[in-house]
Write a protein that binds this ligand. Structure first.
Ligand code: PLP
Length: 223
């Protein structure tokens, strides 16, 4: 069941604050996406390559698809023809693979670098030093990576009821994003997306500077 009323509420709050709402539709049926699309939602997030390509094939081509899961290099080619933003890039190798297939499809693909801010080992992403290393390598090789745009950072906080902990993790991501914006490593005209916050913690994420939230269960119901 899609909660259109909840979506309306979130959507107007976010529009006012200039925050992009990504509706996370993983595991949810086509009909639910249709319903939200008809209400006006255009940005949808998915975690699994096969599910994303299946949905893309049958849904409106005006949807902006966000890949928010962990992306394996050998699967990039399946989403490269149409994906709008890849949120969780965690290595230079993956960047080059995305660039390769973006080039083959004669397009440019937007990406975010995933920063590891949570305690849990299970969450992917890079620490500050690793992100700096990727950006330095990117800057050295910018000429060969013409088909990607690095638009900012993404992160997932620890799954905990300890709000201070979540807040501090989001603070860390936001302040690193702000720091990077003062360096020569990023293109200031586009490195400004801060993708953090989901159903359980989006309020904290927004207070800490998020301008892109990824919300699933609040809108689509639990999985
Ligand atoms: C599933 C998922 C979400 C949405 O989670 P909800 O708790 O349903 O809002 C957000 N971000 C990522 C990376 C996810 O995998």
């Amino acid at each position: 069941m899609v909660d259109i009323e909840e979506w309306n509420k979130l959507n107007s709050e976010f529009e006012e604050k200039n925050i992009k709402l990504i509706a996370v539709s993983k595991t949810k049926p086509i009909e639910s996406i249709h319903e939200l699309y008809d209400a006006g939602q255009r940005d949808f997030g998915e975690n699994y390559v096969q599910e994303l390509t299946d949905k893309h094939a049958v849904l409106s081509k005006t949807i902006k698809w966000h890949f928010i899961g962990h992306l394996q290099s050998n699967k990039v080619k399946f989403i490269a023809p149409f994906v709008y933003l890849i949120h969780a890039v965690d290595s230079y190798d993956l960047l080059t693979e995305i660039n390769k297939y973006a080039h083959r499809n004669n397009r440019s693909i937007n990406v975010l670098l995933q920063m590891h801010i949570a305690d849990e080992e299970t969450k992917f992403g890079m620490n500050e030093a690793e992100i700096l290393a990727v950006l330095e390598q990117y800057k050295t090789n910018t000429g060969t990576l013409q088909n990607i745009k690095i638009c900012g950072l993404m992160g997932m906080a620890t799954n905990t009821t300890d709000e201070d902990k979540v807040r501090n993790e989001y603070k860390r991501l936001y302040s690193f994003l702000k720091h990077l914006q003062t360096t020569e490593l990023v293109d200031k005209s586009c490195f400004n997306t801060c993708s953090m916050g989901m159903s359980s913690d989006y309020k904290i994420a927004i207070e800490e500077g998020s301008n892109m939230v990824r919300i699933g269960s609040l809108i689509f119901g639990s999985r």
